[in-house]
Design a protein around this ligand. Structure first.
Ligand code: HEM
Length: 510
């Protein structure tokens, strides 16, 4: 040490330089040796079992119905938690248990960190220009930080609290008005809750809710309901549009006019409406009025974001806020309205904790049964049943099998949440299964929010809105399903949206 200190500075650098270079070289050598070993050891493993299919088209005909996650789950009972299917020219590795899903999302993430998007998603996401659909790269890290800092992280959620309180109060007011104006008529909760969620999404993203907007390219004023349809409802349907060229890339030169027209139109409408909404708010900012919202934040703090990326990021915050939370809340209320005993159990818990006071977000940590209702609904109705496909960009290993580069990965969240080895009678909606086992505020009791570096950024917001809404709806009203509603359990779309909106009869509690 003293000898080194005694050397002139230049000498120390001259000696240390080659040493560092040599150290670097041997590290590099070691890394490539380990990599080769890993590669060799992975390729000596067997391939996952394949589901028998037909030549050329593979298993496509077996996946005709638009709920592949259910077919995947049935196959897992025969072929195990990991298997491959052929979708035309593509090989898809399907993961159906928590263990293999976590291995893909955490341990082997570095080999599976890119997205494989269908043509429809490529168009709708403006080629991966949003947090949830981007590859795991610098763009992703930057924009995930932005959405967490301003919209979805714990501090941002504290700042947006007033919007959630308004949403809850407006929902309750409309239910009371329904009771008064249409006594004896059943209520469609979605018709009230969805526009309220959309209002919250607009306020968080753009600073203000809108009643209507003039869109120059369309030459007309659109109502709020039309804006909701263009920004949320249509793209959710468009996202599952199938272009057969996805399965046969070697036929991509053949035009598919119907598909292109439909998706092109959706893209155009979304684009012009988003531009009009943003321009409107830019006028507000220019007039000196700034608001704590995502747009104001991006305009002042995220200079490197292009105009198109800005449109996509703002749209992302709107569509993601408006959909999955509604799906969860509606299914939870369907189950509670069907099951009086459990509804009463929840009501008693709320009464014990809140007494004559109204339930608030501050009470959530004291309400384990409410938390169990939320998580059991996420389990049984996994709002994102299959994670958007990932792509294996280097040979890897999963569940003891060799997974070659070029494979696509489908993580079947629904399958993980319905795994009979993990969940007793998984078809039964039974919140009690979560009591005593978990911390009330643990957001990851199931695989519903994914995991690892791509874990859902909006889980806190979803929990705060959904749990408070369920709690308030049950605290204030008694819910009973309308006769014949029990059978309506079908779903529609990319998420598990209830095909028939829930209809229920409500009675004000004393
Ligand atoms: C019950 C409601 C929700 C469920 C079940 C859910 C589910 C998921 C899942 C499974 C993923 C992971 C995708 C993957 O691994 O590739 C994800 C990602 C994401 N979610 Fe959610 N989500 C919900 C609500 C929300 C809300 C309200 C937002 C608000 C904007 C949101 C924003 C995001 C974002 C930005 C990502 C991308 C994270 C990343 O790629 O790093 N989610 N969500």
């Amino acid at each position: 040490m003293e000898a080194i200190q005694a050397l002139p500075m230049g000498t120390a650098v001259a000696v240390a330089g080659p040493a560092i270079a040599l150290g670097g070289l041997s590290l590099l050598f070691l890394k490539s040796f380990v990599y080769d070993q890993k590669k060799r050891s992975s390729s000596s493993l067997p391939l996952p079992p394949g589901i028998p299919g037909l030549p050329v088209i593979g298993n496509l005909l077996q996946l005709k119905e638009k709920k592949p996650y259910k077919t995947f789950t049935k196959w897992a009972e025969i072929y195990g938690p990991i298997y491959t299917i052929k979708t035309g020219a593509n090989t898809l590795v399907v993961l159906n248990s928590n263990d293999v899903a976590k291995e893909a999302m955490v341990t082997r993430f570095s080999s599976i960190s890119t997205r494989k998007l269908s043509k429809a998603l490529k168009i709708l996401t403006s080629d991966k220009s949003m947090v949830a659909m981007s590859d795991y790269d610098e763009f992703h890290k930057t924009v995930k930080r932005h959405i967490l800092t301003n919209v979805l992280g714990p501090n941002a959620q504290k700042r947006h609290r007033k919007h959630r309180d308004t949403l809850m109060q407006n929902t309750l007011n409309q239910l009371h008005a329904h009771l008064k104006n249409f006594p004896g008529e059943s209520v469609n909760l979605r018709m009230i809750f969805q526009p309220e969620l959309f209002g919250l999404a607009l306020k968080q993203a753009l600073g203000k809710d809108v009643e209507s907007i003039y869109v120059e390219e369309l030459g007309k004023i659109l109502s709020r309901a039309e804006v909701l349809k263009i920004l949320v409802v249509d793209p959710m349907e468009g996202a599952i549009e199938v272009d057969w060229r996805d399965f046969f890339p070697y036929l991509k030169w053949i035009p598919n006019k119907g598909f292109e027209r439909k998706l092109g139109q959706m893209y155009f409408y979304r684009q012009v409406v988003m531009k009009a909404l943003i321009e409107d708010q830019k006028k507000r900012i220019a007039s000196g009025e700034t608001i704590n919202c995502y747009l104001d934040y991006l305009l002042s703090d995220a200079k490197a974001i292009s105009e198109q990326e800005m449109i996509m990021l703002i749209w992302e915050a709107i569509i993601e806020t408006s959909d999955t939370t509604l799906v969860t809340t509606e299914w939870a209320m369907y189950e509670l309205a069907k099951d009086w005993k459990r509804q009463d159990c929840l009501y008693q818990e709320i009464q014990n904790v809140c007494g004559s006071g109204k339930i608030t977000e501050e009470n959530l940590c004291q309400l384990p049964y409410l938390s169990a209702v939320f998580h059991e609904t996420l389990r049984k109705y996994s709002p994102a049943p299959v994670i958007p496909l990932r792509y294996v960009h280097e040979d890897t290993e999963l569940g003891g099998y060799h997974i070659p580069a070029g494979s696509e990965i489908a993580i079947n969240i629904y399958g993980c949440n319905m795994d009979k080895k993990l969940w007793e009678n998984p078809d039964e909606w039974k919140p009690e299964r979560f009591l005593d086992k978990y911390d009330t505020m643990d957001l990851h009791k199931t695989m519903a929010f994914g995991g690892g570096r791509r874990v859902c950024a909006g889980s806190l917001q979803a929990m705060l809105i959904s749990c408070t809404a369920i709690g308030k709806l049950v605290q204030e009203f008694e819910w009973t399903l309308k006769a014949g509603e029990e059978e309506n359990v079908d779903t529609l779309g990319l998420t598990t949206t209830k095909l028939h909106p829930m209809l229920a009869n409500i009675k004000q509690r004393r």
